[in-house]
Ligand binder design. Sequence first.
Ligand code: DC
Length: 232
Amino acid sequence: MSGLYWSPIEGLQIAMDGPSGSGKGTVAKLVGEELGLPVLDTGLLYRFAGWQTRQAAADLSDEAAVLEVLGGVLPKMNWRVEGIFFESNDCTSLLRGEDVGGLASQVAHYPKVRELLLDVQRNIALSGCVMDGRDIGTVVLPDAHAKFFLTASQRERARRRWAQLHVKDKELSIEQVADELMARDERDAGRECAPLERAEGAIQVDSTTMRVDEVVDRILAILERKNLIQAV
Ligand code: DC
C-alpha cells in the first residue's frame, strides 16, 4: 500500500457492499486502518440474529418467532468495532462459521428484522466509518460520501472462503463451500426487502485477479480524487 498518511473529511462514511467472499470485509478493515476510521461489519448483526434464533430453538421460517427472540436478546447485545458482545461476552468467533452465515441469510430476508437492525446500524455510523454489508449503499447509508460494490468470480469467492474455513475443518471441500455460497447469494440477491444490489453511484471493483493491497490502493485513489481524503 501507499505508505502515506491519510486525513479523511470529518464524519466520512464509506459504504462497502458485495456478496460473500468478495473480499469486502478484508478490504473494509484495511481501508479503515489506513484512514483511522471505525470498521463496522453489519453481517455480524445478522449472524447474531440467526445464531440466537437457533440457540432459542425458535422456528427460523417464522418471522414473528425470530422477532420475539430478538426482542429478548438485542437489549443484552453490544456491537462494537471489535465485534459482538452478548451479556458482556465476546461471541464474535462463534458467529464466523459458514453454518451461521446460512442462518443469518435466512433471517435477513424478513423486513421487520431488517427494520429492527436499521437504527442500530445508522446510529453507530454517525461519526464516520467504513461499513460493510449487502444494503449499506442502498438502504442503511444512502447518503454515504462514497459507495463501493466489490465483486469476484464465484469460483474465486468460494476458494477464498474455503481457504479461511479449511484451517478449522480439514474435511471441507471447495465444492461444498461453493454450493453454500451460491445458495446464500441467491437468497441475498433474490429477496424482496433490501436485496444485495449495486447502489446507484457505487463504484464496482472486481477483485478476481487483484491482490488485496491493489484493491485498497484503488479505493484510496478514488477517495482522494473525490477530495474525501488527503495525504498528510
Ligand atoms: O457478510 P456476511 O457473510 O457476514 O453476512 C451474513 C449474512 O447476513 C448474509 O448472507 C446476508 C446477511 N446480511 C444482510 O442481509 N445485510 C447486511 N447488511 C449484511 C449481511
